[in-house]
Design a protein around this ligand. Structure first.
Ligand SMILES: *[C@@H]1O[C@H](CO)[C@@H](O)[C@H](O)[C@H]1NC(C)=O
Ligand SMILES: *[C@@H]1O[C@H](CO)[C@@H](O)[C@H](O)[C@H]1NC(C)=O
Ligand SMILES: *[C@@H]1O[C@H](CO)[C@@H](O)[C@H](O)[C@H]1NC(C)=O
Ligand SMILES: *[C@@H]1O[C@H](CO)[C@@H](O)[C@H](O)[C@H]1NC(C)=O
Ligand SMILES: *[C@@H]1O[C@H](CO)[C@@H](O)[C@H](O)[C@H]1NC(C)=O
Ligand SMILES: *[C@@H]1O[C@H](CO)[C@@H](O)[C@H](O)[C@H]1NC(C)=O
Ligand SMILES: *[C@@H]1O[C@H](CO)[C@@H](O)[C@H](O)[C@H]1NC(C)=O
Ligand SMILES: *[C@@H]1O[C@H](CO)[C@@H](O)[C@H](O)[C@H]1NC(C)=O
Ligand SMILES: *[C@@H]1O[C@H](CO)[C@@H](O)[C@H](O)[C@H]1NC(C)=O
Ligand SMILES: *[C@@H]1O[C@H](CO)[C@@H](O)[C@H](O)[C@H]1NC(C)=O
Ligand SMILES: *[C@@H]1O[C@H](CO)[C@@H](O)[C@H](O)[C@H]1NC(C)=O
Ligand SMILES: CC(=O)N[C@H]1CO[C@H](CO)[C@@H](O)[C@@H]1O
Length: 678
């Protein structure tokens, strides 16, 4: 036994020293693949593809060097040590390998060692570099070395964050290009990848690279190491953008090739996107959406191919309209966030079917300038995330008071969003919307409710939402048909004036009176658009109706008290109550499956419509999963269970604080990517 133990301990020791970067297997050589139309370089190291922005390198510095025939993948290491040893280098390289998915051993063809103090590489460091055949060593004038490597003295220190780069040697100068790893979008949630042009004009460039074997667009993500010294809240976070938001330099399509045909590349970024970039976020590409943010079912998509959901059997719906965003966040560890928009359910339902966090914020929370509209006073912007803390961090920084929309746009009172810990006292359980449809899912919800009432000392109140609203004495605020109708006017008029009418007019002029090729979700509505019914006058009247509903709601249903920002949090389910819903229409006809957006038997409006009408904040929160027998894989699979939490307009940050507390208590968790969320 003792002998055996020694062997184990020894092999453990050997493993550790082998795992350290000394024991390299042979380094994969730099392999040039192609230059894209923007003069960026696509290359491979082994079986991994990269992009280097060689058109606009991160830095170009004078150096005593001769031009090299090919570029050199290198690693920038920064140190404050005056004697740089093997250990100095090794520990840095180890930290890079552990915390970054872009860097790997293959970037050790060259090293650029820079120090803030006068420093030298000792013999252990030189031997270490030789052990993995590094061919170039770039040194700041403060750093010296006496080895046999080709040493290039950099004349003035390059302004470069640490991390991997592609170095190109010219005569008397060297340039360092930012590198991006290219990930295949296996679930086809993106239209195309994109990267920062670094052209001094804030442009982004599209990446037209495609993996033919699997039909996947490739998405570029920069090294996380570049951002280690950046203390902005979203520094280095990779964010995908619904193709409804303008990003300067990229085409906005709204999911329509016809729209892309008649509109130029965006010459500025949407305010909400610029805010993400200013906070340090990295835009990695444009994502698929139900065309023009409609609620189209998967089988109704014509122009784009519907994305895939990684959950369950891989054949579940991604819902609409922020379909690409929701499913991508459920799919990829390399992606941190996706932003989408919600007019009628378009953030909340994709989050539900993907088992992730996603919200409809209070009406008016963030500017939608340079975002294709559906309804000016019903549209909202949200963000998908797998992790409650990361989700809250993004939301609290993104939703800056300076970006709130004016009353002129929302038709509602000025938005006030206190970062409040004045939590609700009541959990509203609407009996016309709950329990969850799948009886196996309801116990998960009951557990969640029990934990919430315990943690916040809340009382559960069952009530009938429909009866409560209909009981109000105001003839307009109590009429859900009228309120829903006003929402319909709001949603039709803005999209028609900004998109529909200009598109039809331009297309007819270009193509001999023809109607543009658009999906059936919009074709009949725009073909027969009736400006007698929908116009600026009816729109303005609808805003007044909406405001009246909101005022009654905030006085009689979800209101503030001296102790609570929102006296209650209301729960309901925007998903399928724990039943699978499929991308293939006929699979949803089974009693063990469900369509989306089913109106509950005794309700007047869908739960999804409550906040578009009443301006409230509505968050989708993953709480568990239940099994189903798949008729696609013929195997047992899991479908996510989520719940929606609704609070009075303006109490978003209070709800984030509540969710943070629930995460601290272990009630809410970070979800996994892939087949199962938990
Ligand atoms: C270094 O070069 C030697 C000789 O060509 C080779 O055997 C070894 O695998 C190389 N090491 C690396 C890490 O590439
Ligand atoms: C890529 O190569 C590495 C070894 O260099 C290997 O571990 C990995 O499985 C390969 N991946 C693919 C997708 O071929
Ligand atoms: C070097 O020292 C400076 C100043 O103390 C510090 O800001 C920086 O993070 C240090 N760099 C490294 C790589 O340790
Ligand atoms: C940006 O494009 C819009 C049309 O999309 C145009 O009206 C505007 O003049 C352009 N601005 C600049 C600075 O080119
Ligand atoms: C919990 O709430 C009830 C009222 O619903 C109150 O009577 C009680 O004091 C509260 N308990 C705590 C610990 O705050
Ligand atoms: C809720 O109230 C409405 C209107 O009074 C009624 O039609 C419906 O049956 C009620 N639903 C439930 C579940 O009680
Ligand atoms: C309707 O209003 C009356 C009078 O205020 C009240 O007594 C009754 O409980 C209310 N019913 C519902 C379902 O809210
Ligand atoms: C609600 O308004 C609609 C018209 O928008 C009207 O037909 C209906 O009678 C109203 N319902 C009630 C209960 O007043
Ligand atoms: C448009 O709506 C008005 C008002 O309801 C109606 O009178 C008219 O017939 C409609 N026009 C068309 C073309 O349907
Ligand atoms: C799978 O098909 C069987 C047989 O048609 C049906 O009974 C079952 O409900 C289906 N399962 C699901 C999850 O739709
Ligand atoms: C519950 O699921 C069944 C199908 O299994 C469906 O007929 C019903 O409409 C669903 N109810 C809701 C409220 O989604
Ligand atoms: C994390 C947590 O507090 N979970 C509790 C939720 O409530 C159930 C009982 O309803 C407990 O068993 C869990 O421990």
């Amino acid at each position: 036994m003792a002998g055996k133990f020694v062997v184990v301990a020894l092999s453990l020791f050997v493993t550790i020293s082998l795992a350290a970067p000394v024991a390299f297997v042979k380094r994969n050589p730099y392999t040039f693949v192609l230059e894209n139309p923007y003069s960026s370089t696509i290359f491979e190291l082994g079986n991994v593809s990269y992009l280097a922005n060689t058109q606009y390198p991160k830095a170009v510095v004078g150096a005593d060097c001769e031009p090299a025939t090919s570029s050199v993948p290198i690693t920038v290491i920064k140190t404050n040590a005056s004697t740089i040893t093997k250990d100095t280098l090794e520990s840095v390289i180890k930290s890079y390998l552990e915390a970054d998915d872009v860097f790997n051993y293959d970037f050790l063809d060259g090293l650029y060692v820079s120090s803030s103090v006068k420093a030298s590489l000792d013999t252990s460091a030189v031997d270490y570099l030789a052990s993995f055949n590094a061919s170039f060593l770039f040194l700041d004038d403060l750093v010296s070395s006496s080895g046999s490597l080709t040493t290039v003295s950099v004349k003035s220190p390059a302004e470069l964050p640490a991390g991997p780069y592609l170095a190109s040697l010219g005569s008397g100068s060297v340039s360092f290009a930012t590198v991006y790893r290219l990930y295949p979008d296996k679930y086809r949630t993106f239209l195309f990848g994109a990267y920062d042009a670094n052209d001094g004009q804030d442009n982004h460039l599209p990446l037209g690279v495609f993996l033919p074997k699997f039909w996947d667009p490739m998405i570029p993500v920069p090294s996380r190491i570049y951002f280690w010294g950046d203390d902005r809240p979203l520094a280095g976070e990779r964010v995908a953008i619904k193709d409804l938001y303008d990003v300067k330099g990229l085409q906005t399509s709204g999911g329509s090739q016809a729209w892309a045909y008649i509109t130029p590349t965006a010459n500025d970024s949407a305010t909400a996107v610029q805010q993400i970039i200013d906070l340090g976020g990295v835009v990695v590409g444009k994502q698929k959406l139900a065309q023009f943010a409609s609620g189209a079912n998967p089988w109704e998509w014509q122009d784009e191919h519907y994305p895939f959901n990684p959950r369950g059997d891989g054949w579940l719906t991604c819902s609409a309209s922020s379909s690409g965003g929701g499913c991508s966040v459920a799919a990829y560890d390399w992606l941190d966030y996706a932003i989408g928009s919600d007019t009628g359910s378009s953030m909340r339902r994709p989050a539900a079917v993907s088992g992730i966090y996603g919200q409809r914020p209070s009406q008016g929370m963030i500017s939608l300038e340079r975002v294709l509209p559906l309804g000016g006073a019903t549209d909202t912007a949200g963000v998908f995330s797998r992790d409650p803390y990361k989700w809250i961090k993004f939301a609290k920084n993104w939703y800056s008071p300076s970006l709130h929309q004016s009353s002129e746009i929302t038709g509602l009172s000025t938005l006030q969003v206190p970062d409040s810990y004045a939590f609700p006292k009541t959990i509203l359980y609407p009996t016309d919307y709950l329990p969850l449809n799948n009886s196996a899912a309801e116990p998960i919800l009951q557990d969640f409710i029990a934990n919430m009432s315990r943690i916040f000392n809340m009382t559960v109140k069952e009530f009938n939402f429909t009866a409560t609203v209909q009981n109000w004495t105001d003839p307009i605020a109590s009429n859900l048909t009228t309120l829903n109708g006003a929402t319909g006017v709001i949603n039709s008029w803005t999209a028609w004036t900004v998109i529909g009418k200009p598109l039809l007019t331009a297309w007819a002029a270009l193509f001999d009176g023809r109607f543009p090729p658009i999906d059936p979700a919009r074709r009949p509505g725009w073909r027969a658009f009736n400006e007698t019914l929908y116009n600026q006058v009816t729109y303005d009247a609808a805003l007044e109706t909406k405001n009246r509903g909101v005022e009654w709601y905030e006085t009689n249903l979800q209101y503030s008290t001296p102790e609570s920002c929102s006296e209650s949090v209301m729960l309901y389910d925007i998903g399928t109550g724990g039943l699978p819903s499929f991308r293939e229409q006929s699979l949803n006809d089974s009693p063990d499956a469900s369509y989306l957006a089913v109106l509950p038997k005794t309700a007047k409006i869908t739960g999804a419509n409550i906040c578009p009408i009443f301006g409230c904040a509505d968050f989708t929160i993953p709480i568990g999963q239940v099994p189903y027998q798949s008729n696609v894989t013929f195997h047992e699979e899991m479908v996510p269970v989520t719940i929606n939490m609704v609070v009075k307009r303006g109490c978003d940050f209070m709800l984030y604080n509540m969710i943070e507390k629930l995460a601290d208590e272990g009630v809410l968790k970070s979800v996994k990517t892939g087949r199962t969320a938990f």
